[in-house]
Write a protein that binds this ligand. Structure first.
Ligand code: SAM
Length: 309
């Protein structure tokens, strides 16, 4: 399979859609703790959903990406909004960091390179991170129940716990493990096991309202109902099925509508409805992800979880 046949290329060549959805919830959360005008890097940034959000918040962003259609799309969106993003077209394998960063991101990109590539790169990135800076990665991990489909052509280069051991001398804020039901333009719903990792170059957790959802209660969403709710469903329709979450994590960004790359201003709302071991994520009231949590999801916000009725 050539690079032009990778699943993301269809979405990357359409200026009007997000191939991977809008910005990630944890990026909203981390951003609240970044100094103004921070220096950031997004490795394997795709069409730049997170890079764009961070640049909109006034940070100086470098974005590295292999796909020329993604690079073209991101450059044109950044130009349209006069955003400060240095988009580099290149391979992770060849990347040499040359700045000191407040945040390094790699969302679903490092598993495309081997351990021999990502371990030394992250070692170098740790040295290149300012005190108090963050590293945030999501990586797909094949497990017997949810193996990585061959078509994804991942390097299968992550095992659960690899990052915890690499970051033993940093503060590990979250190392969540879950399965996610996901979809992309032209790609049917599929399930991945994912590790979401957030670490900070510091010794203490002071200043962080880390919230951990308690999964010990039995699920309030029957599995048969969880299985039957399709991605793309509207939140009102889901509620009318009698679905009542135990917790809702709500992120609201007035002024930054990230609904599509052509419409970055407005009001953007993401809600995670948590039922116990299962969760539903709604972006602008549309179901964009379904979750089975293997560990308690952590949130980097003060009083982010509030019980619903
Ligand atoms: C699943 S997408 C995620 C994109 C983006 N991080 C996001 O969350 O929207 C993976 C991205 O990694 C990029 N990628 C894969 N292998 C790469 C490599 N060796 N060097 C640079 N980018 C790579 C792909 O082109 C693709 O855009």
């Amino acid at each position: 399979m050539s690079n032009s046949q990778r699943f993301w290329e269809k979405g990357y060549s359409d200026a009007k859609v997000w191939t991977m959805g809008g910005p990630s919830v944890e990026v909203f959360e981390i951003e609240q703790f970044l100094p103004r005008n921070s220096t950031l890097i997004d490795i394997g940034c795709g069409e730049g959903r997170n890079a764009l959000f961070l640049a909109l918040r006034g940070h100086k962003v470098t974005a590295l990406e292999l796909s020329s259609s993604a690079v073209k799309k991101l450059r044109s969106t950044a130009d349209r909004y006069s955003l400060n993003i240095d988009v580099i077209e290149g391979r992770i394998e060849d990347f040499v960091p040359d700045e000191n960063y407040d945040l390094a991101l790699a969302h679903s990109s490092l598993h495309f390179v081997t351990k021999e590539v990502w371990i030394p790169l992250l070692r170098e990135m740790r040295q290149r991170t300012k005190p108090g800076g963050f590293h945030n990665f999501t990586s797909i991990i094949g497990i017997p129940r949810y193996p990585v489909p061959h078509e994804c052509r991942h390097a299968n280069s992550f095992d659960r716990g690899d990052l915890d051991s690499q970051y033993a001398d940093w503060q590990i804020l979250r190392s969540d493990f879950y399965a996610k039901w996901d979809s992309h333009p032209g790609i049917p719903t599929h399930v991945h096991a994912v590790e979401k990792f957030l670490s900070r170059k510091a010794n203490s957790v002071e200043g962080f309202g880390l919230t951990k959802v308690d999964l010990s209660n039995s699920d309030s969403l029957p599995l048969i109902l969880f299985d039957s709710i399709p991605l793309g469903a509207d939140a009102t329709a889901v509620k009318s099925m009698g679905v009542r979450p135990r917790h809702v994590n709500r992120i609201e960004m007035p002024g930054w509508n990230m609904t599509s790359p052509t419409e970055l201003t407005g009001n953007y709302v993401v809600e995670d409805w948590i039922f116990g071991k299962h969760g539903l994520q709604f972006t602008q009231s549309i179901l964009t992800g379904k979750y089975e949590y293997f560990t308690s999801p952590v949130s980097l916000r003060n009083s982010s979880n509030y019980p619903t009725e």
